[in-house]
Design a protein around this ligand. Structure first.
Ligand SMILES: Cc1cc2nc3c(=O)[nH]c(=O)nc-3n(C[C@H](O)[C@H](O)[C@H](O)COP(=O)(O)OP(=O)(O)OC[C@H]3O[C@@H](n4cnc5c(N)ncnc54)[C@H](O)[C@@H]3O)c2cc1C
Length: 363
């Protein structure tokens, strides 16, 4: 992937499709999904490790068919037979793209109990009205799985359901592609309006009021994969930092001889190893059937910080070159900033981990 990156960023036509075909030919496609739905059939722990290698290049997820793994798993677990035929197989084959619509501009995304988008059953159709944003990839997705309130009088965590909404539905409008730092050309972060969108009753995923549970099932393993991919990015930045420290001389000696630079290298090596072990610990706990809520919350904010700090130090060692477009570091740095916000901001994961830990101390 790495030699193809510049051409991919420039949007070279047909290149991604060629790389995807190569991945399929070499049996590297959708490795983490079960074979019966067209995936490579790797087990959860094996696939967890694969994600660190995938993370080295930001484009590798799409080239290897891992970008839709979370959504494909969600459909595999919750969709009915008809939904699977329509959406799941083409998704795994890379013929269509998914998107998920939870976050809304008017209410805090950190607290999805406040979601306002509503879905009301009118005979055998859901009628959906709402406003979403930061819906990654909606610009090229075949459907958005929309998080909508269907049980307005229910308890806070049982008010919403997940409903599959084809993006070509009447009333599904992309208001704009939101300009953000660190854009990848393939996937825009979209603002969406749903105005009286009608979809068949059967487009409900799982049961009514189950949106939180489905989102949790989707996000738990997803956060582990994210953290492993961040380690891939951090590892790439670390390699660049070490190579530059050895190659560049200042004040009569290589940067690698300066104690400050040595500290950055040692701290980064320790933090990367710690983040890897924490992530694998969370993965093993999840694999054993525990929901690993504390462990996943810990890696989400710790992993995001390690990612950021290692890239930041690598940029510093490169001096002006580090903030130029002549290395991948400035691009990696912009993307790394997202990690502290998506799938729940750092602060929410800290609060959640601390609350659960403290429960063990209160009588
Ligand atoms: C690159 C990117 C891609 C995304 N893709 C998608 C997508 O595909 N689909 C989708 O639905 N959403 C997506 N999101 C949205 C993302 O899930 C939300 O941004 C996130 O949940 C935070 O919600 P918010 O932006 O509304 O921030 P808010 O909820 O308004 O929070 C703002 C800040 O308040 C602070 N805060 C919040 N709660 C607490 C607390 N309990 N304690 C202390 N401080 C707190 C935090 O510092 C937080 O950053 C994406 C976001 C980004 C950046």
């Amino acid at each position: 992937m790495i030699p193809a990156e510049e051409r991919l960023y420039a949007g070279e036509a047909g290149l991604m499709e060629a790389l995807q075909q190569q991945a399929k030919d070499e049996r590297l496609w959708a490795l983490g999904l079960p074979e019966e739905i067209g995936g490579g059939g790797l087990g959860f722990m094996e696939y967890t490790h694969v994600n660190e290698a995938v993370g080295r290049s930001e484009h590798a997820m799409v080239a290897l068919g891992t970008h839709s793994a979370q959504d494909a798993t969600m459909l595999h677990l919750y969709a009915n037979q008809e939904q699977k035929e329509r959406w799941l197989r083409p998704l795994v084959d890379g013929e269509i793209y998914p998107s998920v619509g939870m976050t809304e501009p008017e209410v805090a995304g950190s607290d999805p109990t406040g979601v306002r988008t509503s879905a009301v059953l009118d005979e055998d159709e859901w009628v959906i009205d709402g406003h979403k944003w930061f819906i990654t990839g909606a610009n090229r997705a075949a459907f958005t799985t929309v998080f909508a309130v269907t049980e307005p009088d229910g308890p806070p965590h049982a008010r919403a359901s997940m409903i599959i909404v084809p993006t070509d539905s009447q009333g599904f409008d992309i208001v704009r592609e939101i300009p953000v730092m660190g854009d990848v050309p393939e996937f825009a972060h979209c603002e969406i309006r749903l105005t009286g969108v009608r979809v068949p009753q059967e487009n409900l995923l799982g049961r009514r009021g189950e949106a939180f549970r489905i989102a949790q099932d989707r996000l738990g393993p997803g956060r582990i994969y994210h953290c492993m991919r961040w380690l891939g990015q951090a590892g790439r930045a670390f390699d660049l930092m070490c190579e530059r420290a050895l190659a560049r001389e200042a004040f009569g000696e290589p940067l690698a001889k300066k104690q400050t630079v040595q500290n950055w290298i040692a701290d980064s090596a320790a933090e990367i190893r710690a983040a890897r072990l924490l992530t694998l610990d969370a993965a093993e706990k999840l694999d054993s059937g525990d929901d690993a809520r504390v462990e996943i919350a810990l890696i989400k904010f710790f992993g995001a910080k390690v990612l950021h700090d290692v890239i930041d130090r690598a940029i510093q060692v490169h001096g002006a070159l580090g903030v130029s477009g002549d290395t991948p570091l400035e691009r990696m740095y912009r993307h790394a900033r997202f990690a502290r916000i998506y799938d729940g901001p750092d602060e929410v994961h800290r609060v959640s981990a601390a609350r659960r830990i403290l429960r063990g101390y209160s009588g």
